[in-house]
Design a protein around this ligand. Structure first.
Ligand code: NDP
Length: 236
């Protein structure tokens, strides 16, 4: 296993935190971002607001100091929801979710890729969702933002594949985190009934797929969408 320099956006809690701890346990050097930059036990945190290119730039510069070199593995995990039915969805409901999940990821990927091209090595892992491929009532904004990530990963694969850079997407299903804790109980049980595994996933199960994509074993995997959803999307 080659130890890498890893940045996980939104790695202070939920899925991002599980990814960061898994990567750290495998011997990688890891920095996580959160909006506040507040300390998190056992993790190196830098502040980053992914809707702001200057903030992204500053976070990468600070991460470079902590990691003692440029980011080799970017896990673009930060994201948000603002659910409401299409006919009630305001322009702001739509654009704020797209600006965070899609444009925010683009800002991080663009910032990371310069050093990856120079190093002729990079692993880019984007956190999409089963909803990006499956659709979901009340989530037109979120689904649009998450399916757009596949376009970014596949374009990167074509553009930068010859430079030793891979770009892949992990598409989790319903995972126990703050994000799904917000769902009404009726919605939670309906979703659970539809999942072939008949349970919600754990953040650590998503971290396993991310760890594989960052590993030496995944050097020839790029442009892929890896579902971690208990079978809900049937492999998409
Ligand atoms: P959480 O809501 O638990 O955490 C979201 C993370 O994103 C936090 O670290 C948060 O930072 C960060 N974040 C949100 N908005 C911004 C922003 N504008 N700038 C910088 N950071 C931001 O989410 P999960 O752990 O559940 O989800 C992680 C990722 O996985 C998301 O992209 C989500 O869409 C995706 N996903 C989650 C699923 C689930 O079932 N939970 C299913 C499928 C996909 P802060 O703490 O500072 O607010």
């Amino acid at each position: 296993m080659t130890a890498r320099r890893v940045l996980v956006t939104g790695g202070n809690r939920g899925i991002g935190e599980a990814i960061a701890r898994r990567m750290q346990s495998e011997g990688h050097r890891v920095v996580v971002t959160s909006r506040s930059g507040d300390p998190v036990d056992g993790l190196q945190v830098v502040a980053c607001e992914i809707t702001d290119s200057d903030s992204v730039d500053a976070a990468f510069a600070e991460a470079r100091e902590h990691l003692d070199g440029d980011v080799e593995v970017l896990v673009a995990n930060a994201g948000m929801t603002k659910d409401t039915l299409l006919m009630r969805m305001s322009d702001e409901d739509f654009s704020s979710v797209v600006d965070t999940n899609l444009h925010g990821t683009f800002r991080c990927v663009r910032r990371a890729s310069t050093a990856m091209v120079k190093a002729r090595f990079g692993r880019v892992i984007l956190l999409s969702s089963v909803v990006g491929l499956y659709g979901s009532p009340g989530q037109a904004n979120y689904a649009a933002s998450k399916s757009g990530l596949i376009g970014i990963a596949r374009s990167m694969t074509r553009e930068l594949g010859a430079r030793g850079i891979t770009a892949n997407v992990v598409a989790p299903g319903f995972i126990e985190t703050d994000m799904t804790a917000e769902l009404p109980e009726k919605t939670r049980s309906e979703y659970q009934a539809a999942i072939p595994a008949k349970r919600y996933g754990q953040a650590a199960e998503v971290a396993g797929a991310v760890a594989f994509l960052a590993s030496d074993d995944a050097a020839y995997v790029s442009g892929a969408v890896i579902p971690v959803d208990g079978g809900l999307g049937m492999g998409h």
